[in-house]
Design a protein around this ligand. Structure first.
Ligand code: PGA
Length: 255
């Protein structure tokens, strides 16, 4: 049985005091929510403080990105996976569609970051998903398959089993337009079948595949009831404790 993950991606939001307020507000609302792993991904500037504030709680912390360089070195502006692990992060988001769209992230760079993250014992949340033009052109399977196979290229079954994949159709991110549970479920099934083909059925059954794109308290239950959906990566609705807690707490009821 895969343990669901509900992760909140704060993107470039929250000054430090606001970030602290948000987690202090969130903590009591999810203190008894043991049916899933709860993850928040604050901006870099708030990470250490949030890790300290959440230490010993049931909420884990993710970074939104990490360097593709393992170890240390002359890479101005980069933050290594080891540095993130060192301050208390457990997860890191890799290749979010906004990083692909605006900062030149590719499947190849994602592959290096996944290796760096795994090397530092962080759990990567690897983002894949097609944009609207690709969906309209009937390329969903091809694009997602390529993102999965190139992103995870050369990784061992053991490494792949630790990775969380987030399927986030770009047309659903921040648009209020959620993929139907049927659409999401079919792509999740595709991802799992490709994982099975390349890394074996056992590994494919272990990997958590999250859905992301306009997840809200109102649609989480239907999404979670769908086959092969193991949780959610939430953007906008994770910026307030009340809505994020409602999403966390909807999960599990139908399982
Ligand atoms: P959204 O963002 O929930 O605001 O659509 C999701 C994401 O980008 O991870």
């Amino acid at each position: 049985m895969r343990r669901p993950v509900v992760a909140g991606n704060w993107k470039m939001h929250k000054l430090l005091a606001e970030a602290v307020r948000l987690v202090l507000d969130l903590k009591p609302r999810v203190v008894n929510s043991h049916h899933c792993e709860i993850v928040v991904a604050p901006p870099f500037t708030a990470l250490k403080t949030i890790c300290d504030r959440l230490n010993g709680s049931n909420i884990k912390v993710a970074a939104q990105d990490c360097s593709d360089q393992p170890g240390e070195g002359a890479f101005t502006g980069e933050v290594s996976a080891e540095m993130l692990k060192d301050i208390g992060c457990s997860y890191v988001i890799v290749a979010h569609s906004e990083r692909r769209q605006f900062y030149g992230e590719t499947n190849a760079s994602a592959n290096k970051k996944l290796r760096a993250a795994l090397g530092a014992s962080l759990i990567p949340i690897y983002c894949v998903g097609e944009d609207l033009a690709q969906r309209d052109a009937g390329l969903v399977e091809q694009i997602v398959e390529q993102q999965v196979l190139e992103g995870l290229s050369g990784l061992t079954s053991e490494q792949v089993s630790h990775i969380v994949i987030a399927y986030e159709p770009v047309w659903a991110i921040g648009t209020g337009r959620t993929a139907t549970p049927e659409i999401a479920s079919s792509v999740h099934g595709l991802i799992r079948s490709r994982l099975a083909k390349c890394w074996g059925r056992e590994v494919a059954e272990q990997v958590r595949v999250l859905y992301g794109g306009s997840v809200k308290p109102e649609n989480i239950q239907a999404l979670m009831a769908a086959r092969d959906i193991d949780g959610a990566l939430v953007g906008g609705a994770s910026l307030e404790a009340e809505s994020f807690a409602r999403i966390v707490n909807y999960i599990g009821y139908d399982r």
